[in-house]
Design a protein. Structure first.
Lengths: 563, 149
């Protein structure tokens, strides 16, 4: 693996750059796990602390340089830093789940890394990032879903005082709705048990001698400890059970696989599967966890490709959920979060897009002509400020107007006194909004690539001493906020399309245009970051964008005029 | 075919030869993959005196996988039997269980015949036959709606 990548990964885990570097050098850059082991054995619990690392390297190299002379400033600004550090955490922690712990650590560690905080004024500025989308959901990483499902089962098993196998079937019967299960269970446990088909669930027999019986499937004799059966007494040898179960699990029937017997209602308990077909069991658990997420009204899969995480939030109160991969979904329609447009509007919009897609696709193809010299231009980056390579004409990609004197192009201007037919006007109006919707979508796609670029930027700056680590890390925050802005802008055009004309809409479009401009500037700064990191400008613009985004969202929630 | 399933088929074959259920006899069983079984209309039923032939084809997955069962020659005229020999019977498809045997399948089909009171083809017979052509009935999605006959 690439050295930089390994290092970046370690940094992602929250290790200090110096510690990570040392560990990797000691383990010959081979394996990230080895490096982590190394950190644990040599730096112990306080592995994140730079001081430990420095001492360590100094001891190791017998270096004569004095230990860091920046000890004093700790006390100078420590108390202030502590509190502000907390505030950062609450405002810009972006991911949740297992990562949250790490990112918390990072910030707390910075409190102690005095040398980064010599410039307190600058530091004050760090805290102001407004989170326009406070998150309340939890993210269950793809690898932990089975574990989570199993702990849910254990919980129910201990409350109802049944075996895990029985609890599994109870939960499947109630579609993983634990509260409903318990409610019904306490009303009439016998009835619930009968309904879920788990009577005598725990009376099964595996690896038995069954004299005089032969396997109902392959006709082998069951006298060499190879017979297994359920309380319904349908005998079969372990091999045949194994084949049958793997067939059933492959078919997707993870929950309530019934006995092989003809029309036999006995449900096979998962403990039985574990004992008879241990090779099938992990697959079975996977399928079980899948139904756990599928059927749970408070859980959704992250729809981003190759993600596989599950998101958990209260579906009654939460409209959106943010995955640790950065994808934000609408909890109701399971698509990408489309705030400020609501699900109903999105449905109309999508239908409209399908109906008119032929024309729309034809009109907003990937290239546009330069308004001055008419050479075809393909846009391959995020910013809307275009400069024609040929004639050096500067223009806005959206409205194709001259960039000099360009102010806003986000509101559709009705052409007065035109002779165009009503339907033609309607189409034009739609295309106006569709074009902008689509342009932001395209831009967002490029900016998702910026996540990778942000990481590369971080790597390229990490060894340069003139930048503070927290500043370099800020590129990540900016990127996330930029993506949020783009996503919201995209859907504001759906929202705007369905909005009635009037002062409310005028104000909305003003704020929208304002956010659009800031977003463009932020996009520009970020696209330049790898060459020229203007950290102060970047922070200012990120804060500005985030605040404006928040204003827009608040306006949509509470109405613009009343503000 | 794997030997463990061969053992089960051999056992079934032996059972059918030595102790056949009434009105059922095996005519071709030399090849373990494909059997032909003669079914006679039971006494007192509307098929009394008629003789039919059932063909069983076993895949290597048998008995976890259901056998393909069709009438060959002239199939009986019955509301659940198509003129190409395909049989609409749930245990042959969705409700198949490895606990079922050739003999129990034959008995099910026989009882399906005996319970019938009127010789008619399924209502969608011509449509179905032209649609499935030479496909195996196992590749067809069956809807089972009538349990009376």
């Amino acid at each position: 693996m690439d050295k930089d990548l390994i290092l970046a990964q370690l940094l992602e885990f929250g290790y200090d750059p110096v510690v990570a570097q040392t560990a990797l050098e000691q383990t010959n850059w081979k394996d990230i796990d080895k490096a982590i082991d190394y950190i644990y054995t040599h730096f112990g619990e306080g592995m994140n602390k730079a001081a430990t690392a420095m001492e360590y390297t100094q001891n190791k190299n017998n270096s004569t340089t004095k230990p860091t002379s920046t000890q004093a400033p700790i006390s100078r600004s420590n108390s202030k830093l502590k509190t502000s550090g907390k505030r950062i955490k609450s405002s810009i922690t972006i991911s949740t789940g297992s990562e949250e712990y790490n990112s918390d650590n990072e910030y707390e560690d910075y409190d102690e890394e005095n040398e980064y905080y010599q410039d307190v004024d600058d530091y004050e500025f760090d805290i102001a990032v407004v989170d326009a989308f406070p998150k309340t959901n939890t993210v269950i990483q793809a690898v932990d879903i089975v574990k989570t499902a199993l702990s849910e089962i254990d919980k129910i098993a201990s409350i109802t005082e049944t075996s895990p196998s029985a609890a599994t079937l109870l939960l499947c019967h109630f579609q993983w709705n634990g509260n409903k299960l318990l409610e019904r269970y306490y009303e009439d446990p016998e009835k619930v048990i009968a309904q879920a088909g788990i009577k005598k669930i725990d009376q099964f027999f595996t690896h038995q001698n069954v004299k005089g019986e032969s396997c109902s499937v392959c006709a082998d004799d069951l006298d060499s400890l190879n017979g297994s059966y359920l309380p319904c007494k349908h005998y079969s040898c372990n091999d045949c059970w194994n084949q049958y179960l793997s067939l059933k699990v492959l078919e997707g029937g993870a929950t309530s696989i019934t006995c092989m017997g003809l029309k036999c209602p006995s449900v096979i308990p998962d403990e039985f599967i574990n004992l008879v077909a241990p090779t099938v069991y992990p697959k079975y658990l996977e399928r079980l966890a899948q139904t756990y997420v599928d059927q749970n009204p408070n859980m959704r899969w992250c729809p981003a490709p190759k993600c596989g995480n599950a998101l958990k939030a209260d579906s009654q109160t939460e409209a959106t959920a943010l995955c640790s991969c950065g994808f934000k979904i609408c909890f109701k329609c399971k698509q990408e979060s489309h705030f400020p447009a609501d699900c109903e509007k999105m449905k109309h919009w999508k239908k409209k897009c399908e109906d008119d897609s032929e024309t729309a696709n034809w009109i907003s193809t990937n290239t546009q002509d330069c308004p001055k010299c008419h050479s075809a231009i393909e846009k391959n980056g995020g910013c809307m400020h275009m400069t024609c390579k040929k004639c050096k004409h500067e223009f806005c990609w959206i409205c194709l107007g001259n960039w000099i004197g360009h102010s806003n192009c986000n509101s559709y201007k009705k052409e007065e006194n035109s002779n165009k037919s009503e339907s033609k006007k309607q189409l034009e109006r739609y295309l106006f909004y569709f074009h902008r919707f689509n342009t932001h979508e395209q831009a967002k796609k490029f900016e998702t690539k910026l996540r990778t670029a942000a990481l590369e930027t971080i790597i390229s700056f990490q060894n340069k001493t003139d930048k503070r680590w927290i500043d370099i890390k800020f590129v990540e925050t900016s990127t996330e906020i930029l993506i949020q802005c783009r996503r919201t802008l995209k859907y504001t055009y759906v929202y705007g399309y369905f909005m009635e004309d009037g002062p409310e809409k005028n104000l909305f479009e003003y704020i929208q245009s304002d956010l659009e401009k800031t977003t463009e500037q932020l996009s520009f700064l970020l696209s330049q970051a790898h060459q020229d990191l203007k950290i102060f400008d970047l922070k200012e613009m990120t804060n500005l964008a985030s605040t404006k985004l928040k204003h827009l969202l608040e306006g949509v929630e509470d109405g613009f005029i009343n503000q | 075919m794997t030997s463990r399933y061969a053992k089960r088929l051999q056992k079934e074959l032996l059972d059918l030869k030595t102790n056949p259920p009434p009105c059922i006899s095996i005519t071709e069983g030399d090849n373990l993959d494909k059997w032909v079984i003669a079914v006679d209309g039971t006494e007192g039923s509307i098929y009394q005196g008629e003789h039919f032939k059932l063909q069983f084809k076993f895949s290597s997955g048998y008995p976890l996988d259901s056998p393909e069962v069709i009438f060959i020659g002239t199939p009986p005229i019955h509301p659940h039997i198509y003129s190409n020999g395909h049989i609409c019977l749930s245990i042959l498809y969705d409700n198949w269980s490895p606990a079922l045997t050739v003999s129990s399948v034959c008995l099910s089909i026989l009882s399906m015949l005996s319970g019938c009171t009127e010789k008619i083809r399924p209502t969608d017979d011509s449509k179905y036959v032209s649609r499935v052509l030479n496909k195996s009935p196992k590749e067809v999605r069956w809807m089972f709606h009538d349990d009376t006959v």
